[in-house]
Design a protein around this ligand. Structure first.
Ligand code: KG4
Ligand code: ZN
Length: 337
């Protein structure tokens, strides 16, 4: 069965064709990163407009790359939640139009479940039950996963998401948007023990996270306690300072993410850990998780690096399971932020 996936929840317009939930026939992504870069983050209104321009060309690209016509597509799967409402609506409207015009089933995909599903697009199928970790620009959420479609939320961030912290700290360090890859690059030249930034452990019995204090600590370290927008614009850093702060910040985030993921595994007696979302592309995080998996003996299912950030292959992939379980939705289905 071939599913066409459409994803427009944030700042990537993406479409993909996936066969039987595993074989990626195409994976087209049009990124808006350059458009948002000069604002230092995603501007929702601009994102919505850019999706309108890109969605049809990207859908055409996905079909062409896959060598598939619409007649050969069995269903259309689209991200309906969570995300920026003006952005989600573009993909949802395109998918509904296609479903209505071609009389094909419409499938509503939860974006976080789709990030988890990337583990099924890797070589080895995950063993279940698993603890699943979505570490992205909008979420830092742990789930208990019983099937590709059944996920129980264990906890998440009480303030900033991990990716959001990378983006904000990148802004403080004048490294640009998106922050994750920029910080990772700068950190390679730095000393991760240069600054002892705080780790928010919160309650070890709960799967909650907080990154806002860490971000503020970085701001104070760089600009002092009276940091202002003008001071941030005016400041000039030395490259060694930026590298050390980037490395120390990255170390603090990874430390918390890895520790909390391991605590959740212990608490739920799970033998597998699934990790997806944009921050899962981070090399230090992947390395540390692999080391813990080796030491503690759990199975680690990392999303393939190329599928960590937003894409529609994960949307189409999970769509296959929704279709097989008869979970198609009517044309009245709504997008919810
Ligand atoms: O999953 P994603 O594409 O979008 C959301 O659903 O939010 O994640 C984007 C986030 C951004 O905050 C970006 O800075 C972060 O993932 N990111 C990274 C890396 N690549 C992307 N963070 C750390 N290290 C990376 N290599
Ligand atoms: Zn995402």
């Amino acid at each position: 069965m071939k599913i066409l996936g459409i994803e427009t929840s944030c700042d990537e317009t993406a479409a993909a064709v996936v066969e039987d939930g595993r074989r990626i026939l195409s994976n087209a992504v049009s990124s808006q990163q350059q458009i948002h870069a000069r604002f230092g983050g995603v501007v929702p209104e601009i994102a919505g407009r850019a999706h309108v321009e890109a969605v049809l060309p990207v859908m055409h690209d996905a079909l062409r790359e896959a060598g598939v016509t619409l007649d050969e597509v069995d269903a259309v799967a689209v991200t309906t939640t969570p995300g920026l409402i003006g952005a989600l609506l573009v993909g949802v409207t395109a998918a509904k139009a296609l479903s209505w015009a071609r009389q094909m089933p419409l499938l509503a995909v939860d974006h976080l479940h789709a990030h988890i599903y990337c583990a099924w697009l890797a070589e080895e199928t995950p063993e279940l039950p698993a603890v699943s970790f979505v570490v992205s620009g909008g979420h830092t959420s742990l789930f208990l996963t019983e099937s590709p479609l059944v996920h129980t939320l264990l906890g998440g961030t009480v303030d900033d998401a991990a990716g959001e912290a990378f983006d904000k700290v990148s802004n403080i360090l004048h490294l640009g948007y998106p922050g994750g890859p920029a910080i990772e690059r700068a950190a390679r030249e730095g000393n991760s023990r240069a600054v002892d930034f705080p780790r928010s452990w919160l309650d070890p019995e709960r799967a909650d996270f907080s990154f806002s204090g860490l971000k503020t600590a970085v701001l104070y370290h760089c600009l002092g306690q009276n940091a202002s927008k003008e001071a941030l614009e005016a400041v000039r850093y030395d490259a060694g300072f930026v590298a050390d702060v980037a490395a120390s910040f990255q170390e603090a985030v990874v430390d918390v993410l890895v520790t909390k993921a391991c605590q959740a595994l212990d608490r739920h007696g799970a033998q597998s850990l699934i990790v997806g979302g944009g921050v899962a592309a981070n090399a230090l995080l992947r390395e540390r998780l692999e080391a813990e998996a080796g030491e503690r003996g759990f199975r680690l299912h990392l999303a393939p690096r190329s599928l960590c950030t937003d894409n529609a292959a994960m949307t189409a992939g999970i769509g296959y399971h929704l279709l097989r379980e008869g979970k198609q939705v009517p044309l009245t289905a709504e997008a919810t932020p």
